[in-house]
Structure formats: structure tokens, C-alpha cells
Design a protein around this ligand. Sequence first.
Ligand code: PAF
Length: 284
Amino acid sequence: MQVFHHIKNLRQVLKAERMAGKRIGFVPTMGNLHDAHLELVRSARQTCDIVVCSIFVNGLQFGLNEDWDKYPRTFASDCEKLRSVNCDYLFHPDDNEMYPNGLEHQTRVICPTMTDVLCGASRPGHFEGVTTVVTKLFHIVEPDEAVFGIKDYQQLAVIRRMVEDLCMDIEITAAPIHREQDGLAMSSRNGFITEEERPRVAVLYQTLSWVSDEIKGGNKDYSELQSKARAKIEAEGFRVDYFNICNSKDLEMAAFDDNEITILGAMYTEGARLIDNVSIVLEG
Ligand code: PAF
């Protein structure tokens, strides 16, 4: 695997690959890689000739009081993991390479729909930071396909929307959520969960699954289900950020006759904010 820190050098190599007719797959990450990230690389490997991964902890998508500075930087072990899944090129720019004019002066990409609800409501500006950096990365790599995890369901929906709105000729692939044995969705932030909390955090997935079973069984009292779900999570000692039953397409609150439903939850542990979701399709 070749590692690049500069846009110019990466572009040169990828231009040659493109001229040779290679299909380029791209997996953007913020590093601290775990099995779920490696699955994204494996997914790109299956459909592309060349796989590019990026590691960049994007300051633009973190709020002032968020964990940008303590976000784990594990470059050496990330490289080893990427080599183990045959990643071809790794792009690892610094802040100056990505934002040479500073964050304040960076031109932004704004997606006006789906970005001020759920995670966007508690993290103002977050999705603007994501769409801006992803656009920049897409311009740098010019991939044929880019792979994102379904764990960040809202991010995936926003990126799909941005790609459509801006006529980007990139196929967006969604990779399934990777879970620990007790159901906890794999995340770079799981390292912030304390030993004492660890046996209890699976309550988020258990509650999402319970609500999903209730809906599949015909319960459509979504507002009561949401309240009960919050109570279950709170009973385990966690503060709920949101627990919403949504229409899978636009992330509006699900209506009685919606068939494609995604249940999304976010809760706070002592040191982390965990998110997860479950999607279901009801027979029409
Ligand atoms: O999902 C992430 O890790 C980040 O939001 C992304 C897509 C790499 C943009 O910084």
C-alpha cells in the first residue's frame, strides 16, 4: 500500500490508474480503524480494481465542545489493518493540505434537507462539515464508487442526496452495520465506553430491535413506542439524545402508512455519544 500526504501526488497516481481503465473505489474514514471499516474496504475490493482509503480527522465536522482533540489517532495500526485487506492507496493529509485557507474561510457544501434533525439537531454544523470534506475528497480521488457504513444512516442519506443534487458521477454503496456479539454497533467511539458501562450499552440495539419487532407485529403507535424506548434506555442509566421512528427515505417522522421505516437512536455514555439504527420494510 502506498501512502500519500499530498493531493498532487495522489492525483498523479490515480490519473494513471484511470487512464489504464481501472475502476476506482474509495473509502473515506477518520482512522482508528476497526473491523467495520475493513468491511468497507472489502466491499470496495469486490467491485473495483483499485481501492483508495483516506484517513483525516475532519475538524470542520466537530462542534466546539466535541471530541476532535481526543479523537483517537492510530495511524501505524490503521496502516497495518489496511494492508491486511489489500488497500492500494492511503491518503493521509494534514489540516493544512485539506484546509490551506483555514477552516473559517473554507467554501462550504450545504445540504438543506435532512441535516438539522436527529444528529444534526444536537450537532449543529456537523453535516455541513461532512458534505464539505466528502466533496473535497471526491474531487481529489474522483472515485467511480464510494463506500459508507449504514451505521451512520443519516450521513449516508445526506451524502446520497448531495451526490444526486450536485450531479456527481459516483456510485454510493452502503455497507451493513458490523456488530459486537451483544449487538453493539462497531464504532471508533466505542473505545470511550467504560468497563462498567460496557455490559449495559447494548440496550440501544436491543431497544431498536424491540421497537422494530413491535412495528412488524402491527403496532403503529409510533409516539408511544418512542416514549417506551426512551424509558428503556434511561432505565439502564443513559441519557437519550433522540429515539425516532422515521420514513427511511426522507428521515421525517414515519407516517401511519409508510412502509419503509428506519428507527434511529442516539444516547450518551459518560465519554461517548453512541448512534445506531434498524431499518424495516413492511408489506404493502
Ligand atoms: O464517517 C466518517 O468517518 C466521516 O464522517 C467521513 C465520512 C470520513 C467524513 O469525514
